[in-house]
Design a protein around this ligand. Structure first.
Ligand code: DGP
Length: 152
């Protein structure tokens, strides 16, 4: 799933179509490897999606060298939202597979304001039962990161 213009079923990926100029979007960032445009259903005005031009459905499929530039674009768009839109801060968020409605990597850059009501909306927190449970979970992830199935 890493070639350009990849499709989900028979339908062209909607973000590939935006990158190709086949679908209109309000572009805010236009760079050789990345495109940033307004989310059509924003949490707040200015909510931007930054996508790699080359199709990758998930971050495991995205070349690792693009992760830094993707986050850096989020950093710059967030600063522009603070400067131009009066935002106090930024939520950088990337839904990967679960809750990912468009199978093309996209970084949400959401302008935040103090008191905007988003506090705690993402997840209710829990606690580990004890240190043993936490260590067992950490050991499992550590082993997978060092094992043959690790993403390069
Ligand atoms: P997610 O749920 O994390 O996969 O976010 C996908 C976002 O993509 C969602 O907030 C709405 C946005 N979106 C979906 N289709 C289009 C589109 O055609 N144009 C634009 N600008 N945004 C879209």
């Amino acid at each position: 799933m890493s070639t350009a213009r990849r499709t989900a079923g028979d339908e062209a990926c909607v973000f590939d179509r935006i990158v190709a100029g086949e679908l209109a979007a309000h572009v805010v960032l236009d760079e050789p490897e990345l495109l940033g445009f307004l989310d059509a259903r924003p949490v707040f005005a200015g909510h931007t999606l930054v996508v790699p031009r080359r199709h990758a459905a998930t971050i495991a499929e995205l070349p690792g060298r693009l992760l830094g530039p993707l986050m850096d674009a989020g950093r710059r768009v967030g600063a522009a939202q603070r400067q131009g839109l009066g935002a106090d801060g930024t939520l950088l968020l990337l839904n990967d597979i679960v809750s990912q409605s468009v199978p093309h990597v996209h970084l949400h850059v959401v302008p935040r304001r103090r008191g905007d009501g988003l506090r705690g909306f993402l997840w209710p927190r829990r606690r580990y039962a004890d240190e043993q449970e936490a260590e067992a979970v950490a050991a499992t992830v550590r082993a997978c990161l060092a094992g043959p199935g690790a993403v390069p």
